[in-house]
Design a protein around this ligand. Structure first.
Ligand code: FES
Length: 190
């Protein structure tokens, strides 16, 4: 996989300029890299380290700590099924088992066509609609086994591409405002 594209390098520089200390932009830059490739490749993490004047180990240490950052490839659709208490009482484990058999993978694995990764997660704060799941961090509630199969079919057919962007995209809204921070000496940080 790749280093950041020239367009993303510019976005990264613009983001870094918003912080008095460059390393504070580490997590936004990691999300940017993940948006580009769907996960954080070694090349992308090394590039982020160069842009922030950090060591690759510092970048990897942060990337590997957070659940929403992936240092291994994941499918285009990350299906996260909650099995915490409210969902558990409403059949979350039956749903997880059904999802595994529909997709043909165990939790923690990706389908051979690299379209779906299935994972079991803790409460995703949608307890009122248990059992629920997230696809690329977009929420779906009151999910029955049949509803799950319909959801997978619609994702496969591309019918939800407006609602569910490819994995790695947190938001399609780009930041257009923000004041550049000034580094010591009054220069704008670039
Ligand atoms: S317990 Fe499943 S969303 Fe809270």
């Amino acid at each position: 996989m790749a280093r950041l594209t020239p367009e993303n390098v510019q976005r990264a520089r613009d983001t870094i300029s918003l912080y008095p200390v460059a390393r504070s932009a580490l997590i936004p830059l990691l999300h940017m890299a993940q948006e580009q490739d769907g996960w954080l490749s070694e090349e992308a993490m090394v590039h982020v380290a160069e842009l922030l004047e950090l060591t690759p180990a510092e970048v990897y240490g942060t990337a590997s700590f957070y659940d929403m950052l992936f240092t291994e490839p994941v499918g285009r659709y990350l299906v996260s099924i909650c099995t915490n208490i409210a969902c558990l009482l409403e059949g979350a484990y039956e749903l997880l088992e059904h999802a595994g058999s529909t997709l043909g993978v165990r939790p923690g694995s990706t389908t051979p066509d690299e379209l779906f990764t299935l994972e079991e997660v803790e409460c995703i704060a949608d307890c009122g609609r248990a059992p629920c799941l997230a696809v690329n961090w977009r929420f779906f509630g009151d999910v029955t086994p049949d509803g799950f199969d319909r959801l997978v079919a619609r994702l496969r057919a591309g019918e939800l591409s407006d609602e569910v962007p490819p994995h790695g995209t947190l938001s399609r809204v780009r930041r257009t405002v923000g004041l550049p921070a000034r580094a010591e000496g009054g220069r704008e940080r670039r």
